[in-house]
Design a protein around this ligand. Structure first.
Ligand code: ACO
Length: 328
């Protein structure tokens, strides 16, 4: 038995913030942002939207595409690094809101692994399916990064956007489905990307607001190098453990952080960019949403179809990284 993805969904808020819009707010240029990151525009959630609202929309679309009712769900996992509040979990708020409160039989919890969160949550959902405990698991990656960005810091604010993506997992006895999931962590590099203030170690205070330590701090160059190294490593590890080579892969869906990271990994793996799903130009880095958003788009437009071998590659704060290999 395997766990199989039987439906995908995605949601990005309507408001588009272009590089030209950013030129009006900070000292930057469309040319710099496009050349250094590949991002042209990103979506920004409305004031009355929280992470759970984005997650609900992606989740409802995944349920619709899977032909599964909310009442059939056994479990909802929301991977997020920008929860609505400290508690309750965003997943419990999703449970309450999705399909008009229809997910009455599901348990729900959040999973925190920053930009790798979706692949982590997929691997957790897979275990519940493989153990036979659950039959329908909704896995959502949702982040509302725009609320944790310092809009005066040009080195980070140009990178991020808001969004959500979701899949429904169910057991299958066919040979397709999740062939493997891998997750890795290295806490010694925790300070490459963090939001250091506003939580327990450095609670909300006037000082936190004054020095904006409740916003994203990132060591860009070190993060860039760590991302390229770990993404290549986990791709090779995954393929070799499954006795596959790069040429067997139909599509790679990498974390959408920066087009230069994506191209560097593709070059090292010697995989053509035609086989790499990219939407960082339209959404920026949507953290845990980035992989399921790109995956859902590629499924919806027919690039990923029955028989495709798909390799998801995740990297994020923590550090965390991982992969999922899927026979569609
Ligand atoms: N517009 C114009 N100039 C800028 C901007 C901007 N938006 N941002 C930085 N610059 C300037 C810098 O100030 C610097 O100027 P200086 O030389 O006068 O000091 C110059 O451009 C070069 O800056 P670098 O930081 O060296 O630029 P780099 O090529 O490294 O690109 C970037 C920076 C895009 C952040 C890159 O390092 C990167 O993408 N890193 C990885 C980011 C990433 O993946 N983050 C997400 C991780 S996932 C998660 O869990 C959140």
């Amino acid at each position: 038995m395997r766990a199989s993805i039987i439906g995908t969904g995605a949601y990005a808020p309507e408001t588009i913030l272009t590089n030209h819009d950013l030129e009006q707010k900070i000292e930057t240029s469309d040319q710099w942002i496009v050349e250094r990151t590949g991002v042209r525009e990103r979506r920004i959630a409305a004031k009355d939207q929280a992470t759970s609202d984005l997650a609900v929309k992606a989740g409802e679309q995944a349920l619709l595409n899977a032909g599964v009712l909310a009442s059939e769900l056994d479990l909802i996992i929301v991977a997020t690094t920008t929860p609505d509040m400290f508690f309750p979990s965003t997943a419990c708020l999703v449970l309450h809101k999705i399909a008009g409160g229809g997910a009455t039989n599901a348990a729900a919890f959040d999973l925190s692994a920053a930009c790798s969160g979706f692949v982590y949550a997929l691997s957790v959902g897979e275990q519940y399916i493989l153990s036979g405990k659950y039959k329908k698991v909704l896995v959502i990656g949702a982040d509302l990064m725009s609320r944790f960005v310092n809009w005066e810091d040009r080195t980070t604010c140009v990178l991020f956007g808001d969004g959500a993506g979701a899949v429904v997992l169910a057991p299958t006895s066919e040979t397709r489905g999740l062939l493997s999931t891998k997750i890795h962590s290295d806490g010694s590099l925790w300070d490459l990307i963090s939001v250091p203030g506003g939580a327990v170690a450095n609670p909300a205070s006037e000082q936190v607001l004054a020095d904006k330590s409740n916003t994203i701090k990132m060591k860009g160059t070190e993060t860039f190098k760590a991302a390229v190294r770990t993404l290549e490593e986990v791709a090779r590890e995954t393929l070799s453990e499954n006795n596959l080579s790069v040429s067997d892969v139909s599509f790679v869906v990498p974390h959408q952080a920066n087009i230069r990271i994506i191209k560097a990994v593709a070059e090292r793996l010697e995989i053509s960019m035609d086989k790499v799903i990219v939407n960082v130009d339209r959404y920026g880095n949507t953290s845990a949403a980035s992989i399921p958003l790109a995956l859902a788009e590629a499924v919806a437009d027919g690039r990923i179809k029955t028989g495709s071998l798909v390799l998801l590659l995740a990297f994020g704060s923590g550090l965390t990284w991982g992969s999922a290999l899927i026979k569609w």
